[in-house]
Design a protein around this ligand. Structure first.
Ligand code: SF4
Ligand code: SF4
Length: 356
């Protein structure tokens, strides 16, 4: 594992960015800060490095850049540099870091490795916290396809990763990956697009596939109950370049009997729900502002997403369901996010539930 070289990333941006403004138009952070080249020209000053914590790392700039640049990678490198230089005050991020630390502790970890297990289902943090019954339903469906599939409840370390806390992230991730390697696990089925992105980037030893791709191709699903109800889809930003996942989600929604109308911002140009990069820690109001833009695009149509965190955010502004709710019949389109206490109780419920 290696950290990004901030100075090199900024120098490359100054050299290659034409300041065309394509990435600025859809991004409120860049509208305030200027083009990536303008930011990079300010150099390694403290205020410039800290400004990167206002970027959600959503990657929309990468998707629209005609030069094929990755401003989001530069902002990630700037965050890491700010941490290395001791510039960041982590107090505003304490709730996220506490959530991650507790979630990765033995109290919430669980391993189920049936005989012959080389593949595990890794539902991540937000789905167990908001939908423990749905996680159980997904696991049951998967085991109709392969009874040797295991289950691992743990945290991938994305919060530390995105905050630029590289050593802390490495500790969490290595603990997880070593445990899986020692158990002979070679394939991980993910439900959370954030976990998929982290596991693919740092877990080269594993084949990482979204659970939706497996379900669409291999598992017989219950009969469709909702003929022709119209829904729209919010693609989570960590999955913006993950076309197989996006297609599988659409196919599954159709198989559940819903008709899909696309949002104006979807696929590669999907928008962040506002949770990305924990921007809320330094720019309060970001979640409300960004989720309202998606709700306005949905224009009253119920939204389906494949990210538990996006569902929680969007549920405050528009009726939202997780794709897994539709597949397992365990949930409805809801306007109510799950409270923090209830999430912990849900995770404990799953941690100690009877699963076989
Ligand atoms: S990653 Fe997202 S928030 Fe950050 S600069 Fe790019 S488009 Fe804007
Ligand atoms: S789209 Fe690319 S070239 Fe244009 S301003 Fe953004 S980073 Fe620079």
């Amino acid at each position: 594992m290696a950290t990004n070289d901030c100075a090199a990333a900024m120098a490359d941006m100054v050299a290659a960015c034409t300041s065309c403004g394509e990435c600025v138009r859809p991004c409120s952070f860049l509208q305030q800060q200027g083009t990536p080249a303008a930011i990079a020209r300010r150099g390694n000053a403290e205020s410039t490095l800290l400004s990167a914590f206002g970027c959600s790392l959503c990657g929309l700039c990468d998707a629209v850049c005609p030069e094929g640049l990755s401003p989001s990678a530069m902002f990630m490198a700037m965050r890491q540099e700010a941490v290395r230089n001791g510039l960041i005050d982590l107090k505003p991020y304490a709730p996220w870091l506490h959530y991650e630390k507790l979630g990765a502790s033995p109290l919430f970890q669980r391993d189920l490795f049936p005989a012959g297990c080389t593949t595990v289902f890794f539902p991540g943090c937000s789905l167990p916290g908001t939908r423990p019954d749905t996680v159980q339903g997904l696991y049951r469906l998967l085991r109709t396809y392969d009874p040797a599939i295991g289950l691992v409840l743990d945290c991938c370390g994305k919060i530390s990763h995105d905050l630029g806390l590289y050593e802390r992230f490495t500790t969490i991730f290595k603990r997880l990956s070593t445990r899986l390697v020692n158990k002979g696990i070679t394939r991980i089925l993910t439900a959370c697009p954030g976990c998929s992105k982290i596991l693919r980037k740092y877990g080269e030893q594993f084949e990482v596939v979204s659970v939706y791709e497996v379900l669409v191709s291999s598992v017989p699903l219950p009969d469709a109950q909702n003929q022709n109800r119209l829904v729209t889809i919010h693609d989570p930003c960590p999955a913006r370049f993950d076309q197989p996942q996006q297609q599988a989600v659409r196919q599954l929604i159709n198989q559940c009997g819903y008709q899909v109308e696309e949002l104006p911002s979807h696929g590669q140009t999907t928008r962040c729900c506002g949770q990305g990069g924990m921007v809320e820690g330094c720019v309060p109001g970001t979640v409300k502002q960004e989720s309202s833009i998606i709700a306005a695009e949905a224009a009253g149509r119920p939204v389906v997403s494949s990210c538990g965190a996006c569902c929680e955010t969007l549920a405050s502004t528009t009726p939202t369901a997780h794709i897994a709710d539709l597949l397992t019949g365990t949930g409805n389109f809801t306007a109510q996010p799950v409270s923090s206490l209830k999430r912990w109780l849900n995770r404990l419920k799953l941690r100690f539930s009877r699963l076989s």
